[in-house]
Design a protein around this ligand. Sequence first.
Ligand SMILES: *[C@@H]1O[C@H](CO)[C@@H](O)[C@H](O)[C@H]1NC(C)=O
Ligand SMILES: *[C@@H]1O[C@H](CO)[C@@H](O)[C@H](O)[C@H]1NC(C)=O
Ligand SMILES: *[C@@H]1O[C@H](CO)[C@@H](O)[C@H](O)[C@H]1NC(C)=O
Ligand SMILES: *[C@@H]1O[C@H](CO)[C@@H](O)[C@H](O)[C@H]1NC(C)=O
Ligand SMILES: *[C@@H]1O[C@H](CO)[C@@H](O)[C@H](O)[C@H]1NC(C)=O
Ligand SMILES: *[C@@H]1O[C@H](CO)[C@@H](O)[C@H](O)[C@H]1NC(C)=O
Ligand SMILES: *[C@@H]1O[C@H](CO)[C@@H](O)[C@H](O)[C@H]1NC(C)=O
Ligand SMILES: *[C@@H]1O[C@H](CO)[C@@H](O)[C@H](O)[C@H]1NC(C)=O
Length: 855
Amino acid sequence: MKLMVICIVVYLSLCVGLLPQCTTGSPTSGIKPFPKECIFVSDTFIDCRHRDLRTIPSGFPETVETLLLSYNSIHVITNESFHGLVNLVTLELHHNSISKLRSDFFEDQTKLQYLSLSHNQIGDKLPDDAFKHLRALEVLDLSYMNHGFTVLPLALQELIHLRSLNVSSNRLQSASFTPGVAFPALLELRLGKNQIESLQNEDFEALLNCNLDFLDLTENQISAIDSGVFHPIASIAELDFSKGLHPAAIPSLAEALTDYQVNALYLREIGLEIWNSNNFKNLRNSSLEKLDISFNNITTLDSGFSGLSKISSLIIQSSHVAHISNTAFSGLQLVVTLDLSGNDIATITDGMFSSLSNTRLKTLYLDSNKIKRIDASGGFSGLSNLHYLKISKNKIEQNFIGDEFKDLDSLEVLDMGVNRNISLSPDAFRLLKNLQTLYLNLANLKNITVVPSPFDKLSSLTKLDLSNNNMAALHKDTLSNLSYLETVYLQHNNLYNMWNETVYVPFLKYLRRLKHLNLCFNGFQNIPNDSLSSLHELETLLLCHNKISQLQDGVLDGLPLTTLDLGYNEINLINQTLIEPLQGSLQILAVSGNPFSCGCNLQWFRNWLDVTKVHVNDSSHMKCASPPEMRGKLVMDFHPERLNCDHLLPFYIWIIIGVGSGMVFVIVGLSVKFRFHINYCWNLVNARRRKYQRIKGEDRPFLYDAFVSFSNKDEDWVKNELVQNLEGEYGFRLCIHDRDFILGRKILDSIVEAVDSSRFTLCIMSTNYLDSHWCKMEREFAMANLIDRDVLIIIALGEIPEKKITKYYKLHRLMMKRTYLAWPDEPGVRRNDFWVKLRTVLREPELRVNNNVSI
Ligand SMILES: *[C@@H]1O[C@H](CO)[C@@H](O)[C@H](O)[C@H]1NC(C)=O
Ligand SMILES: *[C@@H]1O[C@H](CO)[C@@H](O)[C@H](O)[C@H]1NC(C)=O
Ligand SMILES: *[C@@H]1O[C@H](CO)[C@@H](O)[C@H](O)[C@H]1NC(C)=O
Ligand SMILES: *[C@@H]1O[C@H](CO)[C@@H](O)[C@H](O)[C@H]1NC(C)=O
Ligand SMILES: *[C@@H]1O[C@H](CO)[C@@H](O)[C@H](O)[C@H]1NC(C)=O
Ligand SMILES: *[C@@H]1O[C@H](CO)[C@@H](O)[C@H](O)[C@H]1NC(C)=O
Ligand SMILES: *[C@@H]1O[C@H](CO)[C@@H](O)[C@H](O)[C@H]1NC(C)=O
Ligand SMILES: *[C@@H]1O[C@H](CO)[C@@H](O)[C@H](O)[C@H]1NC(C)=O
């Protein structure tokens, strides 16, 4: 007891002693605890954004390379904040309230490449040497300073590796860099959202030897541009003046850009109202390739683009352009892309694009205008190189006869979707020999039943969109000639009566190369047996949102489908016969939104869902509709094995059968092993029955004096001694089984009868007898039957080991209770006595055998 108390005391004191070390100890002592405010993404990347921090936490590991501290309320940086963080490459501090920077704050950041300080309050107070240690800095963001810079800070002069500088959204009055500053590596300069009103010759002097690529001057109020201002940055490729230039300054801009390599010029939303190519005449020798004058208010295009002859991409979106004269695009010899989307063009008149005839124009966007009509005498004439024409989202209301597309021999893509009322005459597309893609979706197309089909001439067509047209009928040959068609969209029509119970119009029959077919939202109830069978290359079949309740066996056989959408129909079951033929190719299956019948018929499908590699879409909308108890439940929550669908015995029955047969096996085994015990029991029962029968007819005379029960091994003794000394002259009659039993009767019956018809039973007890099962049976039988009748005489023949006797409980009891006759070992007087005694007993049953020889 005392020892235990001591132990506990020692243990507790050890624990208390260790405790402080456990809680404060870190694997490597010496490192400050890591700031728990932040997310330790890795030991090189720490994310402290949006943590409402007021100061910069301490304890960053020296290994950190990227440290994000943006979107906090940090006011103050000190010379301790980043002390020791020598590996820092990226530091984000934007969206804070920092107002002060000093050079010693960044003393250790000689590897820093990216620094973002936008949305802080650093203004003209920035010391001239603030960045002097950041010798590796490549990207610096100083935009959106509250009360920001009015002049470009002198501190920038140290940053000779700077590639990108953003000083947008400050209060800069000019783009002038302080003389002496040089940025040999600068590629991108953003000066947008400032108050710059003029660009002066010396402004970019500091950038003399750099290869500036992109200059952002958006959202300024530039109205004066000195002609030499771009001289130091002659390499400039993109120049963005969107919302930043007074239209009156365009001529001086053009002059300033003369002979320089500007590729792209953005003049979006500058309030330009009149397009006058003369304003650009000084650009004649420039290499300008892209001009974007979108979001202006240019109602009329008529003066051409002379001077901009190298332009390949002209973008005039949403600029209220309504009138386009036949000289509108003159001078654009190299134009490839013309974007006039979102304007107010109402009619494509004959010759409208004649100023572009024989140019390389490939792509023409006219979508989202107000076009009602395309002149039937050839609205696009001359555009013989046009590949792509987009006239969708207009108000076209027209019956196309074909001449509208005159000269569009090269056209590959025609988008006429989303228009008001398009109808097609048989010749509508007769000139578009190279058309590959045709969009006619949501165009209020009527039934296309004209013969010959308007699509007949489109023998190169690979993609056709006829969706959203409320068409109720197609002629069976409407699509017949489109032997290269790979994709056809027919969703959102009313084609159900093409394939109803009585009518089958084989409108897809000849589309042998079809890969993608969308027939969703058509009201189909029926998918006829043959309707898809010729589509040997079909990969995507979308049949969603119809009224299909059953797909006939074989309807999808042989189709190399990878995607099958049967969602939102009236299908109760998915049959093995439907899916199994698709197993090799199918990757995506959608069947949600159907009223599944969650019974045994769905068993195969439900089990398949568990094992398949096919992606089954949207299984959260795959619900049972019946039986009533399953209604609304997910198919995935349906477990057919609980229904005993194969009429197999339930599992527990199998267990019972298993255990049962095991038991039978054991019983048979035991019976073989203990066959004599069983036999004995049986005999016992029989014998008892007979005994009672016999008792009824009591006084029958005995046939034998004694029945002799013995082991066959003692046969010699029985024949030579017992028979000799009792039968014959002595007059006793013995029943000895191999002599007196009647052949052919059952042994048991013979024994029972022998015992019954004998006055005594003589049991020749020996080791042989005890070893013999046969004898044992006789013996036990006799004992059971006769034990109470004093008719059993035991003759002990030779020495019998006691342990053999004790095995037989009854016999033991008997031999303990009764006396018995022992056969003397040596011949002589004692054997004579033995016979006399035995004869006396047999003759006078009442006389008790009395011999005290014990075994
Ligand atoms: C930070 O500056 C203070 C004086 O302003 C100086 O005492 C201290 O040693 C500096 N700490 C570091 C790490 O340079
Ligand atoms: C354009 O370049 C040619 C020579 O290539 C030159 O003769 C002509 O004067 C230049 N035009 C302008 C406006 O600079
Ligand atoms: C565009 O210009 C027309 C006159 O050309 C004028 O009536 C209209 O208000 C202008 N629209 C805008 C948005 O400036
Ligand atoms: C569609 O155009 C046809 C003529 O092409 C015309 O008869 C019909 O009324 C128009 N329908 C609508 C709804 O505009
Ligand atoms: C289109 O076809 C359907 C059935 O063939 C017919 O009922 C309907 O009147 C037709 N509509 C037009 C506009 O021709
Ligand atoms: C099948 O469609 C035809 C028109 O194509 C229609 O006349 C017929 O009534 C439809 N049959 C059924 C059973 O809907
Ligand atoms: C459908 O076609 C298959 C063979 O392509 C055939 O075995 C089956 O009987 C057909 N069923 C009907 C209803 O025509
Ligand atoms: C599934 O197969 C059974 C017979 O095999 C058929 O009666 C049943 O109509 C089929 N169901 C569907 C949806 O194809």
